[in-house]
Design a protein around this ligand. Sequence first.
Ligand code: PLP
Length: 463
Amino acid sequence: MWLSAVLLSSSFTGPHGAAASSRVQRSAARAVATEPFTTTKSNACFNEAKTLMPGGVSSPVRAFKSVGGDPVVFDRVKGAYAWDVDNNKYIDYVGSWGPAIIGHADDEVLAALKKVIDKGTSFGAPSALENVLAKMVIDAVPSVEMVRFTNSGTEACMGVLRLMRAYTKREKLIKFEGCYHGHADSFLVQAGSGVATLGLPDSPGVPQGATKSTLCAKYNDLKSVEAIFDANPGEIAGVILEPVVGNSGFIAPDPAFLAGLRELTTKHGALLCFDEVMTGFRISYGCAQKYYGITPDLTTMGKVIGGGLPVGAYGGRKDIMEMVAPAGPMYQAGTLSGNPLAMTAGIKTLERLQKPGTYEKLTALSERLIAGILAAGRAEGHDMCGGNVSGMFGIFFCKGPVKNFEDATKSDTAKFARWHRAMLERGVYLAPSQYEAGFMSTAHTEEDIDKTIAAAREVFKII
Ligand SMILES: Cc1ncc(COP(=O)(O)O)c(C=O)c1O
């Protein structure tokens, strides 16, 4: 979830604001059979939450600021579905922001967790389960010869940045506009085109010093990367990117872009890091790097490899990873890192993903969904574009093509807000921001997709 999805969000607080969201919606055909749509309990719970936690949430995008109206408060999740505290049922395409790739609360994952929990929740000492998950990751991901587990994607990205700097003895980092790498100071650089190389911080509290070495390039634009390398000879430690972007909405890479980055980094003695926190084990079992056939030096992961529990990881070439403490001098640590519950959920989830046909299913369902939504929207005269890679997908309310963050900002975010609320009212839970991707799971069915498209047809007539 990207900070700027909140900061850049439209100020839309349209007809479906907090007051409207509690009304009974009897007419709309809900995609899932359930009670009439009321959000009385959600509203009460969220109103209390706002007095207890900043914005009522533990992570900003959940608050629905980008789309207006209050969020619904979840009670439980199972498979492809979520239920809120008013017992409204949703077909869920957020999947806890990516981890739920085999569906929520999968029976096999839960059974494995129940078995392991009796042995304790955290050891703070080596456990054999870490070896099992490490071996699975090393076997699957082309760039990874050694791995360090963390508790979140943010921690993994913080660690990998320190490692890139330690290994190369250089400080400067190239990232891309619209790519999110967690909330560590150095990555919080918004950098529109006018300040592309100034590294201005994105959030109050981030010191200028923390971001002055962060240089921003344009996604899918090799020339913008080349220009930064040329202007900073011998100073760039590494390039980090989302190999498929999910934090500016869904944006696929031009394969030549990824290949070009590999060449440029090698030529300039810099490291290439794929941030696969979102794409890891989602785009393919070997992550986006295997799908596109480009091997970076370092990789960050999270989400799917934790199977719904808090996990992150970074890994890469052995000679680089051996710089990490205690093998080497680069310090990074974590009290709960590698805990047996998180390792178990990750192991079980990866085992399930190994089953033949997994990624074909994710692809087929996502293609069917996107094709259906785009056809329905265009039939009603909406400018739209969208796509998917495997089980990661998205749409924009503009003609497209969308190749980078600047293109993404051309989308009609006020219309997106109306679309989001109307789909919610019809039992479809989509990411509450234009600048987020959608996630398919193997628990979704063709029937879910068809119901979603039917709801979309209705919605496109009224937004
Ligand atoms: C590509 C990417 N990197 C890093 C992160 C940060 O991960 P976490 O939220 O687990 O800290 C995210 C979160 O969505 C992400 O999408």
